[in-house]
Design a protein around this ligand. Structure first.
Ligand code: GN1
Ligand code: MG
Length: 359
């Protein structure tokens, strides 16, 4: 694939100097495009159209949301992403092989993190997502559902039941213990989700992939700048954004650590994240959202355990793997984190309760 040819079809400034792969997404392929002179550098992405069946609709979501944010912030070129259109004015491009490509401006003097080493970093991350949600609280255009039932556990259980019945990779028989972890929590998780379906927990514009590495920090101030990777921006519950963030910020290790004694929820990181989040959202959360805040990390960590295990059962079709048992290792590691959250649930509820009382 000729990335130089692809970038040439977008309305970028300056002459391209080099194009290098960036990072390790599970889903998309990402490149940094460096240009000569004073022109900006860019991020070029090949969007995974198996995961995102309608890439143009996804890009319409991203443009609508980023334009809304730009109208409200002090520094619109740094406080959200800027999508670069093609020369003929589209938000993405399909190449001859059917791949979809999109470009945005690389925001200079920024960095991301893979693990949170300090409570201050967690607090900043909480501010980042809290602010993101707050900036979009008056967004009223419909958003496309870019991935059906993304954080909808009822839909995930439908997929799960199908995956077990199909047993595509012939692995189910050897996974009885792991399947039991999922089944034991089915009712509890559906019970939570029903509150969202019934409208008790409100629908909001949410990011849906709030792990630490999707937040950009300003290297000059050390403060949070904005949420990136807006592929999954959709209408859902705010709680999922908090839960997914805690899943990564508060874990003492990476999400696929095979050494399970390193996996645990760090309450001080949970507290710091919640403190930052609530500083932006305290006044706008509904009572039902407040009530379920401490449960949210359990919900998303459960869902992630299910998704990793389901992909292993399916024969590793969704997540990029780096070794044959990778999805099973991810499953065990996420399950250990879930157990750690369950064990500390009372403490997590106390922390949230205390923070909500503070002004
Ligand atoms: C995927 O590719 P990435 O890192 O943005 C996934 C998330 C998972 C995450 C697990 C669209 O995100 O939902 O939480 O992997 N994104 C999609 O690390 O499925
Ligand atoms: Mg993502």
């Amino acid at each position: 694939m000729d990335t130089l040819n692809i970038i040439g079809q977008f309305a970028v400034e300056g002459k391209v100097k080099e194009i290098t792969p960036l990072g390790e997404g599970f889903i998309n392929d990402t490149y940094i495009v460096r240009t000569e002179g004073g022109a900006p550098d860019y991020i070029l992405q090949r969007k995974n159209h198996y995961v995102f069946p309608d890439v143009p609709a996804m890009m319409d979501n991203i443009v609508a949301v980023t334009e809304h944010i730009k109208r409200k912030v002090a520094d619109p070129m740094r406080e959200t992403l800027t999508v670069v259109d093609t020369l003929d004015g589209r938000h993405c491009l399909q190449d001859a092989e059917g791949n979809w490509w999109a470009v945005c401006i690389l925001i200079p003097d920024t960095r991301t993190y893979d693990t949170a080493d300090t409570p201050e970093l967690c607090r900043q991350g909480g501010i980042g997502i809290g602010r993101f949600q707050a900036l979009l609280s008056d967004f009223d255009k419909p958003l496309a559902e870019v991935i059906k039932g993304f954080h909808n556990i009822r839909w995930r259980f439908t997929q799960w039941d199908e995956a077990l019945a199909a047993d595509r990779a012939g692995r189910v028989a050897s996974l009885q213990e792991e399947c039991g972890w999922i089944e034991a929590r089915r009712d509890e998780m559906l019970d939570f989700w029903k509150r969202f379906e019934d409208g008790i927990i409100p629908t909001r514009v949410t990011h849906n992939d709030t792990k630490l590495s999707n937040i950009l920090f300003d290297t000059r101030t050390g403060k949070v700048l904005c949420a990136i990777d807006l592929d999954t921006v959709m209408s859902s519950t705010s709680l999922n954004d908090v839960g997914d963030a805690i899943r990564s910020y508060a874990n003492a290790t990476v999400e696929d650590d095979p050494q399970l004694d390193r996996v645990r929820l760090r309450p001080e990181m949970f507290e710091a994240y919640m403190d930052g989040y609530l500083s932006e959202r305290r006044d706008t959360l509904s009572d039902s959202e407040k009530e379920w805040l401490a449960f949210a990390p359990r919900y998303i960590t459960f869902e992630q355990t299910l998704r990793f295990l389901m992909d292993y059962i399916d024969g590793d079709r969704y997540y990029r793997i780096h070794y044959p048992e990778h999805n099973l290792v991810r499953t065990h590691s996420q399950y250990r984190l879930l157990q750690s959250m369950e064990g500390q649930y009372g403490r997590m509820q106390d922390i949230v309760g205390r923070l909500l009382e503070e002004e």
